[in-house]
Design a protein around this ligand. Structure first.
Ligand SMILES: NC(=O)c1ccc[n+]([C@@H]2O[C@H](COP(=O)([O-])OP(=O)(O)OC[C@H]3O[C@@H](n4cnc5c(N)ncnc54)[C@H](O)[C@@H]3O)[C@@H](O)[C@H]2O)c1
Length: 365
């Protein structure tokens, strides 16, 4: 019997060759058997020189527009890793050029842009896929396995804290501190890190939230125009979520807690603890069995390169299945809706604001 045809190699272009592109994406593409990165665009000449050294065969361009004009016919997808203010424009242009789009988070910096992009991908019959890489961290996969096993029952509340001692820096050749400049970032830590927190909360609570209350702070207002701390309370159909994100913490760490009806999961970076109640329903103090293990997840490596191939396999599968706007893209747009509402809540004295997050479009893929 003849062997099934090998899948065609995918040809991609990197748009924005900064930290995440060079340290988090390209090394992972090199591990992919059938992906070729054939072109790179970056507005910063020194970054193109770094790209030339890393990818001697690739064709280099000074703008995304120049790359898309010259390369559309020889590409399958683009990987957009510019600062967020540029994501929407470049993604629209790539969809117009007939290309699938892998885009770093946040998908866009406004709700209007996010909705328009999802509609465009559906019309264009091209995949729009966000880099929601925290879903691919080994310890987050371990949480998923425990939830699916049913050991802690349905989840009734979650808390997610992300502590960083500073904002992440971009490459020194461009604007290292762009995360503190609203015109490039669209916002501070909520815009930068909120997506990771929110798509995990959506998954663990099994729904989108129906309201948000937020409080934020900028501890260096004379220097930067974006927030460095935010606390949020989210209402879900089955319970509450709390999130706290800080760029002014004393330690770099993630702390997650998921409270289920029969037990709980707590995560402190690589340390996972699963407590399951043994005497559910009995009055008085409970008895739990507690399992503790380390799930090495490379949290200290900000490039998260070890999570990228797992994410890319989902992008590739979406292309193969023709899932133009799947759950990940819907979650990405939901994250933007939530970030926008959180900013409005904080600006109105932490008022609780209702959320009506878009569901899947009728009959859409
Ligand atoms: N998923 C993650 O874990 C993760 C981690 C880091 C960064 N990111 C995301 O990746 C993106 C880039 O972040 P970074 O830390 O790599 O930033 P960076 O500053 O290191 O890199 C950005 C690059 O984009 C280039 N650039 C700027 N405007 C451009 C334009 N219009 N066209 C082409 N190139 C342009 C810059 O010259 C620079 O080389 C952001 O969206 C960020 O949120 C995601």
């Amino acid at each position: 019997m003849p062997a099934p045809p090998l899948p065609r190699r995918l040809r991609g272009a990197l748009i924005g060759y900064g930290f995440i592109s060079a340290e988090g994406h390209l090394p992972a593409y090199r591990r992919e058997q059938d992906v070729d990165i054939v072109a790179v665009a970056d507005v910063c000449a020194p970054r193109l020189r770094v790209a030339r050294a890393a990818l001697p065969e690739a064709r280099l361009y000074e703008t995304a527009e120049a790359l898309l004009t010259a390369e559309a016919g020889s590409l399958d997808f683009v990987d957009i890793s510019t600062p967020p203010s540029e994501h929407a424009t470049i993604a629209h242009r790539a969809l117009d050029a007939g290309l699938h789009v892998l885009c770093e988070k946040p998908l866009t910096t406004t709700v209007t842009e996010a909705r328009a992009l999802l509609q465009h991908a559906r019309r264009a019959h091209k995949v729009l896929f966000p880099c929601h890489n925290y879903k691919h961290a080994p310890v987050v996969k371990a949480i998923r396995e425990v939830l699916v096993s049913g050991r802690i029952g349905s989840v009734r509340s979650v808390s997610l804290s992300t502590f960083r001692t500073t904002h992440a820096k971009g490459v020194p050749e461009w604007r290292t501190h762009w995360r503190r400049e609203r015109r490039y970032s669209g916002g501070g830590i909520a815009m930068d890190h909120g997506s990771h927190t929110f798509y995990l909360a959506f998954e663990w609570m099994g729904a989108y939230p129906s309201s948000v209350t937020a409080k934020l702070a900028n501890l260096e207002p004379g220097r930067w125009d974006t927030e460095d701390n935010i606390s949020l309370a989210l209402t879900f159909p089955t319970g509450l979520a709390q999130a706290h994100l800080s760029w002014t913490a004393g330690v770099r760490k993630v702390l997650y807690a998921l409270q289920g009806e029969r037990g709980a999961i707590t995560v402190d970076d690589d340390d996972l603890e699963v407590a399951v109640r043994q005497d559910a329903g009995a009055p008085g103090a409970g008895r739990w069995t507690t399992e503790r293990r380390r799930v090495s997840s490379d949290w200290m490596d900000a490039s998260h390169v070890s999570w990228f191939n797992s994410l890319f396999e989902e992008f590739r599968a979406a292309i193969a299945a023709g899932t133009w706007v799947g759950k990940e893209a819907q979650d990405a747009a939901a994250c933007v809706q939530l970030i926008d509402a959180a900013y409005r809540s904080a600006a109105s004295g932490c008022r609780e604001l209702p959320l009506s997050i878009d569901g899947p479009a009728e009959g859409a893929r």
